[in-house]
Write a protein that binds this ligand. Structure first.
Ligand code: ATP
Ligand code: MG
Length: 340
């Protein structure tokens, strides 16, 4: 069979499962904007509300978080006239293809997913079936647009790899070359921003401790306080990056500084070599406030007009559906389901 070449296309999503964090900004949003602005591939960005409800969400809060996340995308540089921006539940193809992929993915593949283990913890008998099946829906999110490039943080690498396995298995099972095998794109100085309280844990919007993260809606005082209280060690900053080995909290703050300033971690270490955290933390706080406050100001401005946000989402959903619908129809035909 001739090798099918798929047109490059970018897809990525964020869950409206809480307020946006600095981790989401550096690992995802900032890079989404840069990818859009390079302009070499069409970009599709999604508020993945169907993923958010794998853990119970207060309905009113979910509504608000969906609009706030849309505002966060736009305030971070996603331009709805350049990228397609919409929410997942508004495009039926995600759920439709998600079901097919539930039947392609193997139980054993799902059981290896570290995110499920982390999120289910000791409670794995009592979490939703949706939380377990999440990676198959994520594969559908990507493949329903035949996306080829998926910019994500380091924590999502395993899910994109599973998406590749699902695409390959579908193509093999049905003897087609229908789905592309997408690439995770994980780049930059802060692809895994860690919790400010525990340098071995990822910063997350759903972490119960607000002190563990910087929210994009935090004001200057809150940002300064959280950075000041961030866990560190008593040593000064080293001369070189090797000196940060075994010092996860120090490494995290250096990475954040690097990503916010556009420098490499090595340059940041060289600049602050021998300095104490008493000097480095206020510099980091100033930098974070400088970079984040225009975003939070713009988010609150946009949130004053929820009807406009809804219009943007509806328009994005229409554009997304126009791509997804024929792909789902073709997938149904390939599988042999009548009525597509
Ligand atoms: P939740 O705790 O509900 O899972 P989250 O903060 O992990 O929320 P997601 O919506 O799951 O956010 O992820 C959205 C994007 O942000 C993904 O591309 C993910 O890789 C990226 N991301 C999330 N947390 C971080 C982090 N700490 N550092 C870098 N990237 C991150
Ligand atoms: Mg997550």
């Amino acid at each position: 069979m001739a090798e099918v070449v798929h047109t490059p296309r970018v897809f990525s999503g964020i869950q409206p499962s809480g307020g946006l964090t600095l981790g989401n900004y550096l690992g995802a949003l900032k890079r989404f904007g840069e990818t859009q602005d390079r302009g070499d591939m069409p970009t599709i960005y999604c508020i993945v509300d169907m993923h958010a409800i794998t853990v119970w969400q207060d309905p009113e809060k979910l509504n608000r978080a969906t609009r706030e996340l849309t505002a966060g995308f736009i305030a971070s540089g996603i331009d709805p006239t350049k990228s397609i921006l919409f929410n997942q539940s508004a495009v039926p193809g995600h759920a439709q293809l998600g079901w097919i992929f539930n039947c392609v993915a193997r139980l054993g593949w799902m059981q290896r997913m570290t995110q499920f283990k982390d999120k289910a913890g000791k409670n794995s008998e009592n979490v939703s079936l949706g939380l377990f099946a999440y990676p198959a829906l994520m594969a559908a999110d990507i493949l329903v647009y035949h996306a080829t490039h998926v910019p994500v943080g380091e924590d999502q690498k395993q899910h994109v790899e599973l998406t590749r396995d699902i695409a390959i298995k579908f193509n093999n099972d049905y003897g087609v070359e229908f789905f592309p095998v997408p690439e995770p794109v994980i780049e930059g100085a802060a692809t895994r921003v860690m919790s400010l309280r525990d340098g071995t844990k990822k910063m997350s919007k759903s972490d119960p401790s607000d002190m563990s993260r910087i929210n994009l809606t935090d004001d200057a005082d809150a940002i300064a306080k959280k950075i000041k209280k961030a866990k560190t060690d008593p040593e000064p900053l080293p001369e070189t990056l090797e000196g940060l080995e075994g010092r996860p909290e120090a490494r995290n703050l250096v990475n954040i500084y690097a990503a916010l300033s556009g420098k490499t971690a090595a340059e940041v270490v060289a600049e602050y070599a021998g300095q104490q955290f008493g000097t480095f933390k206020p510099a980091l706080a100033d930098l974070a406030v400088d970079r984040l406050s225009p975003i939070s100001t713009e988010m609150s401005r946009l949130m004053q007009d929820p009807a406009e946000i809804d219009r943007i989402l509806a328009h994005g959903a229409e554009q997304a559906n126009a791509i997804a619908e024929p792909i789902v129809r073709r997938a149904y035909q390939i599988v042999g389901m009548v009525g597509a």
